[in-house]
Design a binder for this molecule. Sequence first.
Ligand code: SF4
Length: 543
Amino acid sequence: MKESGDSSNVPPGGQDVTAQDVVVSSLPAQDPGQSEPEAHYRLSQPPPLTDWERRQVTILFGGLTVAHERLIEGAWEGLGFHPKALPVPDNEALAIGREYCNRGMCNPTYYTVGNLLKYLFKLRKAGVPHIEERFVYLTAGSCGPCRFGTYEAEYRRALKQAGFSRFRIVLVQQARGLAQSTEDSGLKIDRGFILALVRGLMVGDLLNELGYALRPYEVVKGSVDDVLEQGRRWLYWALRDRESPVPVLRRIRKRIDKLAIDYSRVKPRVKITGEFWAQTTEGDGNYRMARWLEEEGAEVMVEPVGTWIDYLLWKRMQWVRDRKGLPTAAAREMPGLAEVRLRVGQIIFDSVYNTYRAALGFRTEPLASMDVLGRYADRYFNTRVGGGEGHMEVAKTIFSVRRRKAHMVISIKPFGCMPSTQSDGVQVKVMEDYPDALFVSVETSGDSEVNAKSRVQMVLFEAQARAREEFRRTAERFQLEGFPKTQVDEAKLEMPLPMTPLPRREIGTAANYLWWLQRPAALRSLPVPTEALTELLRKYRRR
Ligand code: SF4
């Protein structure tokens, strides 16, 4: 539905927006004798920002990890904006969200809307003047088909109920990519703004992935986080000064290579998938699952936000291909070069991501190929079904199992999430076809944390046993039984530099470390990431 700031179209009753308003006012007039149809409903908007306000306004945003948000702040500050990431949503935000939002929403709505209100209440309590003029909230938007499409209305409704009826919500429409249209809100979001966002997301992904890959093996507790925190500051400064992050990523790599690491610790690799927000947040919204798993002895694989960007490009390409040759307006609207342009966009995106990975010595994984994920999911899930993560939840589970990426997969879905519930149903069939896979689906509701974690613990126990068995088998293969035998042996173990990519012959890092020990001594410290390159080549070959 098109929005407009035209106040003449505001329905009687003011700005209180409900789904009923939209439906009822869109219907044709009931009285057959009435010739004039009712005016189409238009969502009322606060007046656009003035030039002065635009330069001063603080852009609030949130919903990602702390690393992503800090780096995005730097990237946007470099463009002259004043961004401010909200704190990680907690259960207090959930309670506020439940109080002000409609009933029957999914969990991320309550957490994110409540988090914004919680912040605004704090400002109001602190006596900050002109909150509605000095702050706007930037969030992603979509036309659905899941509740994501109703977020904007929920934000507006809750803000109005909380006494912030003139507060501005600025939407970045995820389907529009670089061509945003936000003039209505008075905040001009252009190509540079979106590219800065993408750059911040990419480096945030890499820092997060490195943290989860290295922390379980650090000899000095906290040493990896210390370096990554320093690296995050460097990257923030680089992005704010509009410099390339590549030299900084190289510097981070050198700093990490000075840390002591012990890869002989046998740990199961656990992949976290699920609904986008639930798998990404680092707070109560997913029971701080990733950090908790780490404390329980797992090596966690978090999903990069980059996968989502790749997915949006891929979906758009699928949309274009499906309409090729159709004599419809939609097909004519898309120029013939649309597919090529999207493909080039995807290649550029992947290339930049891999350039950043190269600066980190290819220690982090490449993004999974969307074509491969699509192929894996195809038997189980219609890849044209939208909403939430679409077919990706199912595809990522299969990918982790078939490509031997993880001992166990956890899918985190928020309470009330329709697309994740659909995926969970399909996962039953996937598990039937891949009986060796260890999979657990967790529904997060804000409470029942103990129940959810005890279910995860049971499967994690099995994953730990598998990791130990894999290590034993690999040690036996190389006649390293009982390896390492004593504390003294451990101290003498030769270790690769932390940023050296290990072979990917087994699932577990410790077992792969044994493979690394079999490399000729002269090749062990070579920075040539043969496995990473093989992976990359395979990805492009199978597109
Ligand atoms: S994917 Fe699920 S949790 Fe996320 S917005 Fe849609 S319905 Fe809500």
